[in-house]
Design a binder for this molecule. Structure first.
Ligand SMILES: [Zn+2]
Length: 83
């Protein structure tokens, strides 16, 4: 692991309390994978998300941010672990 390439896990905007609790349950390596595998419609490619905010919508965690390549808006939905 190269520390220079680590994406800051602290968002610029607020994590809601519920979103933070959900996010903290995800192992760190899985968090990185989630942040580094986001589909950008502008790039039509997998990209990294620069995290702005996170919130819960029903039972899903929604991460919002900008594409690391083009700066367009991207978001990532994380489904609940259980069903
Ligand atoms: Zn993009």
């Amino acid at each position: 692991m190269n520390d220079n390439n680590v994406i800051p896990l602290q968002p610029k905007g607020p994590f809601s309390r519920e979103a933070k609790a959900r996010w903290d349950k995800i192992p760190r390596y899985a968090q990185m994978k989630l942040l580094e595998n986001v589909w950008c419609t502008e790039c039509s490619d997998i990209t990294s998300i620069l995290l702005d905010s996170a919130e819960m919508e029903q039972r899903n965690l929604i991460l919002r941010g900008t594409c690391n390549k083009c700066g367009g808006e991207v978001c990532r939905l994380i489904e609940p672990e259980d069903r």
